[in-house]
Design a protein around this ligand. Sequence first.
Ligand code: PHB
Length: 399
Amino acid sequence: MLPSDPNPAETPVTPTFKLALPALALAALITPAQAQQAPLKVGLMLPATGTYTALGDAIEKGFKLYVQEHGGKLGGRDIQYFKVDDESEPSKATDNVNKLIKRDQVDVLVGTVHSGVALAMARAAKESNTLLIVPNAGADAITGAQCAANIFRTSFTNWQPGYAAGVVASGKGYKRAMTITWNYAAGIETVKGFTEGFEKGGGKVVKDLSLPFPNVEFQALLTEIAAQKPDVVFAFFAGGAASKFLKDYDAAGLKKSVPLVASGFLTDGTLEAAGASGQGVLSTLHYADNLDTPRNNAFRKSYALTYKSNADVYAVQGYDAAQLLAAGLTAVKGDFKQRDAMVAAMRKVRIDSPRGAFTLSPQHNPVQDIFLREAKGDNNEMRGVAVKALADPGRGCRM
Ligand code: PHB
């Protein structure tokens, strides 16, 4: 079986008014450009196996929800999906993305979760000038040194939630911090952001601990934290591994003795599995489940009705990736060949996101509020705005 899934069943091509109009009248309504418009080919490259599986699933559901809410179309174009499971495996990333670019000849790439995989996607997208929308991976370089006119992101940079957590932790008066994460771009850059925010506020990171992705043998590192007794621990893990970390932190007795301030991914989509061990954990992220706005409430209701599960930050980011593509396509009436005009519209966009409205930085990354949240039941509840309208510095970007 091919790994791609064109899924034409989800892309009705018959305009609903066709039956009501005689053929001649219809011909007068459709411009030649529209008549030629085949479905827009969207290549979804996301993890469908491994510790990030649930994250990829929520992104895809979020993206498809927005398309479904708009009659299966974006900017008047039917959408045809092609899919590749990237397994969160950087060594396979170039081959995988080329299945979508070269074999399936997609118009737009949407992906992925893992920073290392996304960096390879961004390289391939830049070389082939394929439009890329990143709905999660935070690798700073994607909207920094590796930025490009055809690359956009609807999620965050790793620096953003990390920096905000540092501001929160120093604001609480903590002086000595330890950090713990996976030793790859997302972990390293998130910790760097935390350190910047924390030390700017007068704190000191006394030790960084890490293990290779996607390992979950936390025990030796937790023993070291218990021995050093810092004022606070900052952690970045995500997906299935994050629930295990929360449980192990609790089982080691640390939940009672050393407060955690985390990147919000530690507690997003992981609280049910973490049970009591996740409760009360403070974290920073650009989304909180209980944002009581008409936009967020409508989105969560629509998602829950469609998928019989609750939306999380990943679903929001996927939904907003579809919104961004829709904004570009609408500006050119679905004529994807007008790429410059489309990109110009995407750069100026104001996305009405469930997280709150956001714009894009000149490097194409969201400028957004980062919330302080507390884990309560299965939700991450808003406790305040940690940093308002935070823009990544976009270091090294020349566009
Ligand atoms: C990343 O690799 O950039 C990454 C992965 C999972 C997250 C957040 C960031 O939840």
